[in-house]
Design a protein around this ligand. Structure first.
Ligand SMILES: [Zn+2]
Length: 132
């Protein structure tokens, strides 16, 4: 999504990283499945490397023929992590004018809005990380 027009008339833009009004939601059931997959990728990569089958492991997990076979393990695991993570996450935006939340429906470009129950500032900036 590059732009979303809020019901209040404000335009929410997504054209850079680290936006203060954007977040991501991970469904609980998908999260634990995701952790299991990451654990399995790490275990099987270590086993494949020890047994001299690293290239076969890469070809099995990266079906694209153009995927480089000379990347280090960290980069490959980051690619697998990012690829799967992008499939399970849902984007969420908050309008900085009316505080309405917009939640992505699965991997579509459709967003559903939710309106805070009060007009106060308690609902503003809910997607900012806690201060440390
Ligand atoms: Zn709005």
């Amino acid at each position: 999504m590059s732009q979303l027009k809020c019901k209040c008339g404000n335009v929410i833009s997504d054209v850079s990283d680290s936006l203060p009004y954007k977040g991501e939601i991970i469904p609980d059931r998908a999260f634990y499945n995701f952790l299991d997959k990451v654990e399995n990728f790490i275990e099987t990569l270590i086993e494949a490397t020890k047994s001299g089958k690293r290239i076969e492991w890469i070809r099995k997990h990266f079906s694209s023929l153009s995927y480089p076979e000379d990347l280090d393990d960290t980069q490959m695991l980051c690619d697998i992590h990012g690829n799967y993570y992008s499939k399970i996450k849902k984007d969420i935006y908050q309008c900085n004018k009316c505080n309405r939340l917009w939640i992505q429906q699965n991997n579509t470009e459709t967003f559903i809005s939710f309106v805070p129950e009060s007009d106060g500032d308690e609902w503003s900036n809910v997607l900012l990380p806690p201060s440390t």
